[in-house]
Design a protein around this ligand. Structure first.
Ligand code: OFO
Length: 169
C-alpha cells in the first residue's frame, strides 16, 4: 500500500492528468472552429492520451490497495491567437507536468517505495516525449508561418492515431 502522502500526491496527479485532457480537448475544439481539422485531430488524440495517463495511475493505486479520489476539474483556457500559441501553451504546461512527476518520483524515493519508483519511470520517459513533441510543433510552425505551409502541416496532423498504453508498461 502507498503511504498517505503518496496517495494524496498521486490523487493530485490524476486530477492534473484529467485537467491536461480537458485543456487539450479545449484546444481541439478551438482548432475545429478555426478550420484546422488536422490539428483538431492531433489535440483530440492528446486528450485521449491524457485520460490514459490518468487511468494508468488509477489502476496502479487500486492494485496497491489505495483509494482513488476524483476531484473537480478546474476550468481551462478556451481560445488562442494561433495554433503556434496553442503549442507554446502546450509546452509550458508539459514542463509543469514534468515537474509534478519529478516531485512524485522524489517522494517515492524518500519513502523507499521502490515499486512506485519503477512505475513512475514510464511517466518520466513519457514527459521527455511530451516536451519533445510540443517543441517540434513550435519549431515547425515557426518555420512555415501561415498560408499554404500551415494548410499542408494541418493535413499531416490529421494522420495521428491513438495508441493505448501497452499492458506491461
Ligand atoms: Fe500526461 O502528459 Fe501531458 O500532461
Amino acid at each position: 500500500m502507498l503511504s498517505k502522502k503518496l496517495e494524496t500526491a498521486m490523487n493530485d496527479q490524476i486530477n492534473a492528468e484529467f485537467w491536461s485532457a480537458y485543456l487539450y480537448l479545449s484546444m481541439s475544439t478551438y482548432c475545429s472552429n478555426a478550420g484546422l481539422s488536422g490539428a483538431a485531430n492531433w489535440f483530440k488524440i492528446q486528450f485521449q492520451e491524457e485520460q490514459a495517463h490518468a487511468e494508468k495511475f488509477m489502476n496502479y493505486m487500486i492494485s496497491r490497495g489505495n483509494r482513488v479520489t476524483l476531484k473537480p476539474i478546474e476550468k481551462v483556457k478556451t481560445s488562442w491567437k494561433s495554433l503556434l500559441e496553442a503549442f507554446k501553451d502546450t509546452l509550458e504546461h508539459e514542463k509543469k507536468v514534468t515537474a509534478m512527476i519529478n516531485n512524485l518520483y522524489a517522494l517515492a524515493e524518500k519513502e523507499k517505495d521502490y515499486a512506485t519508483k519503477i512505475m513512475l519511470n514510464w511517466y518520466v520517459n513519457e514527459q521527455v516525449e511530451e516536451e519533445e513533441h510540443a517543441q517540434g510543433m513550435i519549431d515547425a510552425l515557426t518555420m512555415i508561418g501561415d498560408g499554404y505551409g500551415l494548410y499542408q502541416f494541418d493535413k499531416e496532423l490529421a494522420a495521428r492515431v491513438f495508441t493505448p498504453i501497452a499492458e506491461e508498461e
